[in-house]
Ligand binder design. Structure first.
Ligand code: ZN
Length: 314
């Protein structure tokens, strides 16, 4: 089968070639793949830990068609991959937290991913997509929407509470749409103007939110403390602007602020999310679609694109 692979990281080292078809699960024909910061960083060589096997096929977010019957999945089903590999054999897995499995990792990093004509993966990692979802939204669920959903769930949101979201990338947009679905009052820090969301290029000093979702990290993280209400919650799931932040710890305890980390989501989260997305209107802006085999052109666009995501077609 045709696949993209590299023997050492770097976009210049990415090759298109014939590789052996994998046979360790259910066969899926790939029809679309997402281009995430994760994929970008993996190909660029910014993620080097645990990349396996070598040569390596990247790609951690795909939409495909099942080519054979499984126990629950039927041949012809439109499916996505739950992107965490897990052993189902540790206390994290036993408690339904596969995303935290001690022996697991990210599909496409610790295993070959989906930038290829076919993949083969165990049925425990395959989920059927509801009919009403268009292909481009569906391919964006496995990482972006799932991360957004778990982050919101962690905040245990109540109707009409104020949520402030930092950044309107893929995950931020899904967070905003899901927060609206949950009946929250949504505010966002973003350079872009988003329809139906109150966006600010700079957050007003008097804005106090019940929930702040801040995946940006760096010095912007301490800003969350200024914009969260007493007894409010701060959720983080990323370090886009840096790993370290200095903050006034007194502000945390004197206001009884709760800070939560969130990463990806569990299979139960994905199951719940697909049920929600199957009955309500969700969509993500697309910047441009490319053939997967033209990934080098897409690479240049990745950093310069203004709004929306890059999708690969096969
Ligand atoms: Zn485990």
């Amino acid at each position: 089968m045709k696949a993209l692979y590299f023997e050492k990281p770097g976009i210049e080292n990415l090759k298109i070639g014939d590789v052996k078809e994998p046979k360790n699960g259910l066969k899926i024909k790939i029809i679309k793949a997402g281009f995430n910061p994760l994929d970008y960083n993996l190909i660029s060589g910014n993620i080097i830990y645990n990349v396996n096997p070598m040569p390596h096929i990247p790609g951690s977010e795909v939409l495909g068609i099942a080519m054979e019957d499984g126990k629950n999945i039927k041949k012809g089903d439109r499916v996505i991959v739950y992107g965490k590999i897990f052993d189902n054999n540790c206390d994290m897995c036993f408690s339904g937290n596969e995303q935290l499995c001690y022996n697991g990792g990210i599909w496409g990093v610790i295993t070959d991913g989906g930038y290829s004509e076919y993949i083969s993966i165990g049925e425990q990692n395959i989920f059927r997509v509801p009919e009403n979802l268009d292909d481009n939204t569906a391919v964006s669920i496995g990482i972006g929407a799932l991360t957004a959903y778990r982050a919101l769930k962690k905040a245990n949101p109540e109707l009409h509470k104020k949520v402030l979201i930092y950044g309107m990338g893929n995950t931020g947009i899904f967070t905003a749409q899901l927060a609206k679905y949950m009946g929250l009052d949504v505010y966002a820090l973003s350079r872009k103007n988003m329809p139906d969301i109150k966006t600010f290029k700079e957050i007003p000093g008097d804005l106090k939110a019940d929930i702040v979702i801040n995946p940006l990290g760096g010095d912007l993280f301490s800003d969350s403390l200024k914009h969260v209400k007493r007894k409010g919650k701060i959720i983080t799931y990323g370090i886009l602007n840096g790993r370290f932040s200095s903050m006034d710890i007194a502000g945390i305890y004197t206001n009884e602020i709760e800070i939560y980390g969130s990463t990806g989501g569990s299979r139960l989260d994905l199951y719940e999310l697909l049920n929600i997305m199957g009955t309500h209107k969700f969509s993500l802006p697309v910047y441009k679609e490319y053939s997967l085999w033209d990934i080098k052109d897409a690479f240049n666009d990745f950093k310069n694109r203004e709004n929306g995501r890059i999708i690969f077609n096969l």
